[in-house]
Write a protein that binds this ligand. Structure first.
Ligand code: ATP
Ligand code: MG
Length: 665
């Protein structure tokens, strides 16, 4: 079974809510609250009859055959939601909007990195998805077969996913920045019959090839390769090798296919996709999501958490290769008939104001990004967004890790005009959709806290024995009741599913998420980081999130990562890696001392880092999460472990090369 080194309750000398901004609470703007899709009463309503609440959410979808049971939990931890119901996911995301007269509404404003654009209406999307569905059927893919998608952030990524959903072929999307090894292991694990890829995509101003990685991956798998065909989108027009009989071009087979396709109904529990987790803590797990429950919760949360209205323009900056791209670019928004921006490239190409320029141009009103991006913009300085009119923004979202109070306030002030509410959404690949989050028209939000469980979701913070902790205390974050968009298993490994998520609190039947959390005096939830990242310093348990937030609250620091490294005297010692703001003008011994003292002052002497290393970058996954286990390797002078899921593999070399000597007090 997986080991959780934490044996007690997470307690620290002080806590994140003692940091700067702790006394601030942001009430929802009055006009937003008055018009909000969901009002405060929703919590009670959901609590009174959880299953009826989720049945209502599911009935926002169009079912070909209605379900006759909301939840079958007779064989835990294997759930069935909306039992007996039949639907077609792609029909719900596309066709029904066209049938309702919204065919001319824009589904996707695509912005290519070089500056090319495409406007795709719901009618266009229906035709494209139907053509792709016909084409992949002709390539021999039938319901139940797996399809690997390895594409840049171009409309074909969305089209390919919806086409797979339409014919009932579960997709597994592999981030385009991953190596051929990562692709090979995923293709192999879920035995994909088809790979959909592109010649390349644009990244930092240049075409960057993708197809060679597919060739390499399939060569590596050799005779054992399950892949019959590779379908290639032409994006960059670079030289591309074509294997006769195996590879076909999208512009031949999809463009040539019929735009007529009748969506078939599938069971509510029909597999929709397999998504591999980030691998922040270990080997990625192939998380299986199914159709009805997943779509119901991703669609409902999109509508409620972001207060989505028909004329909003939404933009989520995640990659489709991450679960956020699945739930909040593809399925949630399209199920609601939303208009969204899809951007191919990086935030600094060709200049550091690119995102703000896009928001201004398309009048984006709901914006969803990750704390790591916010901290990068903090590092670059507020003069950059200030050059753009961002007044269209009315709701801001954050996902991926805790947003440090300092970054939260910066985001609200500099991007949200000092008024836009921020929804800090806690969820996981495994949970499929939002689980803990403020609601923009309801919640008086505190910077740094994900606040409360979403209506209809039962979250708790418990101690080692599974007993809920009192307000003001910390422990393990658990989910105590099944939810519609929950994972159904780990692909091909029911035992690992049970072991990984359901064994820690088996007697209570709780899902254990892997994260530590704290309830404050008002019962609001503060995420503290993963329990296996929690440090033990002379018997005191310190959370990475708290110390990182303390560092980021220093005016010269933009980003921080903290790990515990083995230490002869204290058991573990705090090692910090920091990225400075550009305005800080470089590091130096004085600054290191200043930062160590700053942490001691903010949290307590016990948290004072043994080392502070100023680094140019931090090792991050595709979703912008810091891979602390790699930093732990550096801090403990070990060879750096498995880094295949790093977004940029050169980062570790930079950090190892710049390692400084430990301080001596
Ligand atoms: P692996 O499980 O393979 O180690 P991972 O956990 O990084 O990878 P994801 O499913 O992408 O993969 O990330 C989910 C995790 O991200 C959560 O368990 C939590 O640690 C963190 N997280 C996501 N959103 C938030 C948030 N709003 N606040 C705090 N933490 C968050
Ligand atoms: Mg995880």
């Amino acid at each position: 079974m997986e080991q959780y080194p934490l044996t007690g309750v997470i307690v620290s000398e002080q806590n994140i809510s003692n940091l700067s901004h702790e006394d601030r609470t942001f009430e929802p703007p009055a006009d937003l609250a008055a018009q909000a899709n969901v009002k405060a009463g929703i919590y009670d309503e959901a609590a009174q009859d959880r299953l009826a609440f989720w049945a209502d959410a599911a009935h926002r979808l169009t079912w070909g055959q209605d379900f006759d049971e909301v939840l079958d939990w007779s064989n835990p931890p294997f759930a069935k939601w909306f039992v007996g119901g039949k639907l077609n996911v792609a029909y719900n995301c596309v066709d029904r909007h066209v049938e309702n007269g919204d065919g001319d509404k824009v589904a996707i404003h695509f912005v290519g990195e070089p500056g090319d654009t495409r406007t795709i209406t719901y009618s266009d999307l229906k035709d494209e998805v139907s053509r792709a569905a016909n084409a992949i059927t002709d390539l021999g893919v039938t319901a139940g077969d797996r399809v690997a998608i390895y594409l840049p952030m171009i409309p074909e990524a969305v089209i390919a996913m919806l086409a797979c959903a339409r014919i009932g072929a579960p997709h597994t999307v592999v981030f385009g920045g991953f190596s051929s090894d990562a692709l090979a292991s995923r293709v192999d694990d879920c035995e994909a019959k088809l790979v959909i890829t592109a010649d390349g995509g644009y990244r930092r101003g240049n075409p960057s090839a993708l197809k060679p990685a597919v060739d390499e991956a399939l060569d590596k798998l050799g005779d054992a390769s399950p892949v019959d065909h590779v379908l290639v989108v032409r994006r960059t027009e670079q030289e591309t090798a074509v294997t006769e009989g195996r590879d076909v071009w999208w512009h031949d087979v999809v463009a040539g296919a019929s735009a007529d396709h009748t969506p078939e109904l599938f069971d509510s529990e029909h597999p929709l996709y397999v998504m591999y987790t980030s691998g922040t803590t270990g080997k990625p797990k192939g998380i299986l999501h199914t159709s009805g429950g997943y779509l119901a919760q991703s669609a409902y949360t999109f509508w409620a958490t972001f207060d989505h209205k028909p004329d909003d323009v939404y933009w989520c900056t995640a990659d489709v290769g991450w679960v956020t791209g699945h739930s909040y670019i593809v399925y949630g928004p399209t199920a609601n008939g939303a208009t969204q921006v899809l951007y191919e490239g990086t935030p600094d190409t060709p200049h550091k104001g690119r995102w703000w320029e896009i928001i201004e141009q398309h009048k984006v009103s709901i914006f969803y990004t990750a704390p790591t991006a916010v901290r990068t913009f903090m590092k670059w300085g507020e003069q950059i967004p200030a050059e753009h009119d961002l007044s269209s923004l009315r709701v801001l979202g954050s996902v991926g890790e805790s947003i440090n109070p300092e970054a939260y306030v910066w985001y609200r002030d500099n991007i949200g005009g000092g008024t836009a509410p921020i929804v800090d959404t806690w969820w996981q690949t495994e949970t499929g959709a939002h689980m803990i989050t403020p609601l923009p028209g309801v919640t008086a939000a505190k910077p740094g806290s994900a606040m409360t469980a979403f209506p209809g979701i039962s979250a708790e913070v418990v101690d080692d024995s599974g007993t809920p902790v009192a307000d003001g205390e910390g422990g393990y974050l658990v989910i105590t009741e099944p939810w519609p968009s929950m994972l159904r298993t780990i692909w091909g490994d029911d035992d690992r599913y049970r072991e990984t998520y359901w064994s820690r609190f088996a007697s209570q039947g709780y899902y254990f998420a892997g994260d530590g959390a704290r309830k404050d005096e008002d019962g609001a939830i503060w995420l503290l980081g993963r329990v296996d990242d929690v440090m033990n310093i002379s018997g005191h348990r310190l959370s990475t999130t708290e110390i990182e937030s303390a560092l980021v609250s220093h005016p010269k620091v933009a980003e921080a990562a903290v790990v515990g490294a083995a230490d002869d005297t204290t058991g573990q010692a705090v090692c910090a890696f920091v990225i400075l703001r550009e305005s800080a003008g470089g590091g130096g011994d004085d600054l290191v001392t200043e930062l160590r003292n700053h942490v001691a002052k903010e949290i307590g002497p016990i948290a004072k880092p043994r080392q502070v290393m100023v680094v140019p970058e931090l090792p991050k996954t595709r979703s912008g999460k810091i891979m602390r286990r790699l930093l732990r390797d550096v801090a403990e002078h070990r060879e750096v472990g498995d880094a295949t899921t790093l977004a940029d593999s050169s980062v570790m070399d930079l950090i190892t090369a710049g390692m400084s000597k430990p301080a001596d007090d």
